[in-house]
Write a protein that binds this ligand. Structure first.
Ligand SMILES: [Zn+2]
Ligand SMILES: [Zn+2]
Length: 274
């Protein structure tokens, strides 16, 4: 099914994936009492109306972090949760200057006025903390702090369904790319915290690319941190969004795959290792 440029797929009794036209996804979790929208994608098109076609439960929004590809159109919702650690990122990303350049360069929108952009939440965020649980009725979400990609980055564990959403916290190419990101050693500590939950899930979902990874992804990214910290990574220079980064594992030419075929890679700033 396609509408407003969105498509969706049902993943389990309580979970949908909604994909926007740029290829970013968010997740809708529905319980018997309430529904939780985990991120809102770039929000190009009325995501609120789209969500209301999938569920008739009252919907609140939990933002995994304050990047624009995850919180576009969050302003359409009344109840929005964000880890306070991400408020500096939120303020930077929602400045007029940043939004206009993001719309032109990343989204390729023809915008003459910022008012045409998907509205981001302008109210008072509800706080989101490590270990916070949302009981939706028959399904519980536990939020896990995994500081790194951003300071307030959170993963969502769907406890009864043994599914975890790593989001941008841990992936095929984790980006520790700007002044808000952690250094590699701090990020490694966050991954060890995430690993404490490893016996509580069987399925790993993400928000970009193939949207899913084997459980081993976490160990592979921890290994990336170890390699970088020991100065033994491939140290491949990469220029991305104006940042001069290094990639831990070299890729097969013309692909996003590691030479050894394993999933999990790390982009980092040379001045933010230890
Ligand atoms: Zn992000
Ligand atoms: Zn993202």
């Amino acid at each position: 099914m396609s509408n407003y440029g969105y498509t969706h797929e049902k993943l389990s009794p309580h979970l949908w994936r909604i994909i926007d036209r740029t290829g970013v996804c968010c997740y809708l979790v529905e319980g018997t009492e309430k529904a939780c929208l985990l991120d809102t994608t770039n929000g190009l098109g009325d995501i609120k109306e789209y969500v209301q076609r999938l569920t008739d439960r009252p919907v609140f929004v939990v933002l995994t972090h304050a990047h624009l590809d995850h919180m576009g159109s969050s302003g359409l919702f009344e109840e929005v949760y964000l880890n306070r650690e991400d408020l500096p990122v939120y303020r930077f990303k929602t400045s007029t200057e940043h939004r206009l350049s993001d719309a032109r360069n990343r989204l390729k929108l023809q915008v003459s006025d910022i008012s045409e952009l998907p509205p981001v939440y302008a109210g008072e965020f509800r706080p989101l903390r490590d270990g916070q649980c949302f009981d939706l009725g028959g399904i519980t979400i536990e939020m896990i702090s995994v500081k790194g990609h951003t300071p307030g980055m959170m993963c969502a564990l769907l406890k009864e369904e043994r599914i975890i959403i790593f989001g941008d916290a841990c992936g095929v190419a984790v980006m520790l790319m700007d002044e808000f990101s952690s250094n590699v050693s701090e990020y490694r500590q966050s991954l060890l915290h995430l690993k404490e939950y490893e016996d509580q899930y069987d399925v790993v979902y993400r928000n970009h690319g193939t949207f899913t990874s084997p459980k081993e992804l976490l160990d592979h990214v921890i290994e990336c941190c170890d390699l970088v910290l020991a100065g033994k990574d491939d140290h491949v220079p990469i220029k991305l969004y104006g940042h001069d980064l290094f990639l831990c594992h070299q890729l097969k030419p013309g692909t996003h795959e590691r030479m050894d075929g394993k999933e999990g890679n790390l982009l980092y700033l040379p001045e933010k290792v230890k």
